[in-house]
Ligand binder design. Structure first.
Ligand code: FES
Length: 107
């Protein structure tokens, strides 16, 4: 999990124009992230914080690289345990995402 202070250190991305899509919010590591319809998960998360996750091969910060679905550097995990590419996934209201794999609830 990413330390909460890392999210509050300022966004990696900075908006240069007003958001045009319908305002919505999602959850990332338990924090509420403001976003707008039409925005990618990656742009929403990096407008809020400086990284998406830590590397699975060490503790290096990851924040995406190619921004077009090719490098797999932007994986984040859904509440169901599946992973998704943040750069090619549009935000949706009520998304619950995490910076690490999440074990699905036991049925
Ligand atoms: S940033 Fe490269 S696949 Fe998402």
């Amino acid at each position: 999990m990413i330390a909460s202070g890392e999210h509050r250190a300022g966004g990696q991305f900075h908006r240069v124009a007003a958001m045009r899509g319908e305002p919505l919010s999602l959850s990332f590591d338990g924090q509420t992230i403001a976003a707008a319809a039409g925005q990618s998960v990656l742009s929403a998360l990096l407008a809020h914080g400086r990284l998406l996750r830590r590397s699975e091969f060490g503790d290096d910060p990851r924040a995406g690289f190619c921004l077009m679905g090719a490098c797999q550097d932007c994986w984040v995990w859904s509440q169901s345990g599946g992973r998704l590419r943040a750069c090619t996934t549009p935000v949706a209201a009520g998304m619950i995402l995490a910076s690490r794999p999440v074990l699905p609830p036991h049925g």
